[in-house]
Design a binder for this molecule. Structure first.
Ligand code: SAH
Length: 254
């Protein structure tokens, strides 16, 4: 009998933001294949009886490690095992979840998709930044800032210059290394240099840090505060609410 693959979001880092379904699968699946961004506190909860395999980056370049992950999913399911394919945040938000499902389809292997709380909404929430607000924002775009390494197989790109006229809040994932170009393009597209931004590093974890600034000085702020991935950038008026609505720094400090 062929096993099944559960392509599942692990949430943004805080293990309490795992869904009930994800927890259920974490304790019942035979094998767990997990990514770099799955929090250590989540990994610690995998029972000793399960096999756990790290399949994140560092195993090779993006193509090699994706190939290995695909092959492992097929290998284990052919052995009749249930496989939990655990990904940071949500599997369908820059998580290659769909590509893995497409791969499984080719082999006739059954799968389920379990959404997770994406870092794109959880990190702002833990920084006291609402992505929409009746006074400041009625639209949000979640975009990737990193089209470099993925470019060869990415068929679509972000239209930075059009975003400013289309949406009020922009959330950039994988963008801290490219912030200079991103800011320049958004300013060309019509955003003011004084537009508020907030950067959330290691959101929802004990290491969460929030750096605020403006579009014009974003690159300097990232450099000055030595911001490291994983981090997201929130651009727009709502970023200015951090100071007022921040609640996590005090809880986290307890
Ligand atoms: N599927 C994931 C995103 C994967 S892309 C999700 O839904 O969250 C990886 C990017 O996600 C990182 O470069 C960073 O921009 C963002 N990210 C993931 N976890 C994060 C966290 N805890 N804090 C801030 N950003 C995070």
């Amino acid at each position: 009998m062929t096993g099944k693959v559960y392509i599942c979001g692990a949430g943004p880092g805080d293990p309490k933001l795992m869904t009930v379904r994800a927890m259920e699968l974490l304790t019942s699946c035979d094998v767990v294949l997990y990514d770099r961004l799955v929090g250590q506190a989540v990994i610690d909860q995998i029972p000793a009886k399960s096999e756990k395999v790290y399949v994140g980056r560092a195993v090779g370049d993006p193509t090699t490690h994706q190939k290995r992950t695909n092959e492992l999913m097929v290998k284990y399911t052919k052995q009749g095992k249930s496989v939990l394919r655990l990904k940071g945040g949500d599997p369908f938000i820059f998580g290659r979840g769909a590509e893995e499902a497409e791969y499984l389809l080719k082999f006739g292997i059954g799968f389920e998709i379990i959404p997770g709380i994406t870092s794109a909404i959880a990190s702002p929430a833990y920084a006291g930044i609402p992505l929409t607000h009746r006074r400041y924002s009625s639209s949000v775009a979640i975009v990737t800032g990193h089209e470099g390494a993925e470019k060869e197989d990415s068929l679509v790109s972000v239209n930075w210059k059009k975003l400013p006229e289309a949406v009020d809040t922009i959330v950039v994932l994988m963008g801290i290394g490219q912030i200079e170009q991103i800011s320049a393009d958004l300013i060309k597209g019509g955003l003011k240099g004084s537009t508020k931004i907030a950067i959330v590093e290691s959101g929802t974890t004990a290491k969460q840090r929030v750096v605020t600034g403006t579009l014009k000085n974003a690159a300097k702020a990232i450099d000055k505060h030595q911001v490291r991935p994983p981090a997201i950038i929130i651009i727009g008026k709502v970023a200015g609410l951090h100071k007022k609505l921040d609640w996590f720094s005090s809880v986290n400090a307890d």
